[in-house]
Design a protein around this ligand. Structure first.
Ligand code: CAA
Length: 259
């Protein structure tokens, strides 16, 4: 897969998508979003891929929507073309597990795309922010909602109202990222984590993702009922039979759906 604005590689059973517009700190242009959608469609339809890692450069995961490209739009244009909708939500709609491996700036739409992934691994150089207010707008790709759910109202308000950036350590303490990793090891660690997920029984991994995401959309009772039904539905599946049998027989399971 060859694209102008991203690089796509396969490492074992993990798809690695690298945002690649170094001249603009990976600003999320129309072309980049369109390339990203095509790459994700392809990786999702490839049965050998069990997890997708999204990363950027050492300096920037992504510096947000492309300001130079969007600056002259009028409100009717943004409305008619539903700006920041088409394509942007594709990351959130991935059915396979996704990891954002963030080094450097993840700001504006960059932070929002990272938060659309299932979890964020941050390099110690990572900086997160929603600075849209400084250019006269607000978060537009879910930042006000996903950031608030991730780190709570106080920090989300402060970040969106002031544009303050949050460094990796604070982001980990606040719950925005799952782990902080030395920058030089970030991609390798993300691929290793992705491979370990890709080797899990595929339906269980995809169900886990749905279960956890459901927690943001429903009441506790409904969410637990949804979880229970999924748990029950896996009994009798080849990987449940093999996984539990292997545990009892003290051997490594040989899962059918890992590829
Ligand atoms: N769009 C277009 N170009 C961008 C860009 C963006 N979002 N961010 C950076 N660039 C370009 C710069 O214009 C510059 O290009 P030139 O060399 O041609 O001048 C190049 O990338 C390098 O940027 P800087 O010189 O600014 O780099 P820096 O290290 O001094 O600063 C930064 C880094 C603090 C991230 C700064 O670039 C910055 O503030 N960028 C804009 C961040 C921003 O406001 N993002 C939100 C966009 S709106 C949005 O995303 C809406 C939404 O919710 C979807």
């Amino acid at each position: 897969m060859i694209f102008d604005t991203i690089l796509v590689q396969v490492h074992g059973n993990v798809g690695l998508v690298t945002l690649n517009r170094p001249e603009a700190l990976n600003a999320l242009s129309k072309q980049l979003i369109s390339d990203l959608v095509k790459a994700l469609d392809k990786l999702e339809s490839d049965d050998s891929i069990g997890c997708i890692v999204l990363t950027g450069s050492e300096k920037a995961f992504a510096a947000g929507a492309d300001i130079k490209e969007m600056q002259s739009q009028s409100y009717p244009e943004t409305f008619v073309h539903d700006f920041i909708t088409d394509g942007w939500e594709r990351v959130a709609h991935c059915r396979k597990p996704t990891i954002a491996a963030v080094a450097g700036f993840a700001v504006g739409g960059g932070c929002e795309i990272a938060m659309m992934c299932d979890f964020i691994l941050a390099a110690d150089s990572a900086k997160f922010g929603q600075p849209e207010i400084k250019i006269g707008v607000t978060p537009g790709a879910g930042g006000s909602q996903r950031l608030t759910r991730a780190i709570g109202k106080a920090k989300a308000m402060e970040m969106c109202l002031t544009g303050r950036m949050m460094a990796a350590e604070e982001a980990e303490q606040a719950g925005l990222v799952s782990r902080v990793i030395a920058a030089e090891n970030l991609v390798e660690e993300a691929l290793k984590t992705g491979q370990s997920i890709a080797e899990m029984p595929r339906p269980a991994a995809m169900f886990v993702k749905e279960q956890i995401n459901r927690a943001f959309e429903t009441s506790l009772g409904e969410g637990i009922l949804y979880e229970r039904r999924i748990f029950q539905s896996l009994f009798g599946s080849p990987d449940q039979i093999e996984g539990m049998r292997a545990f009892v027989e003290k051997r490594k399971p040989d899962f059918q759906f890992k590829k």
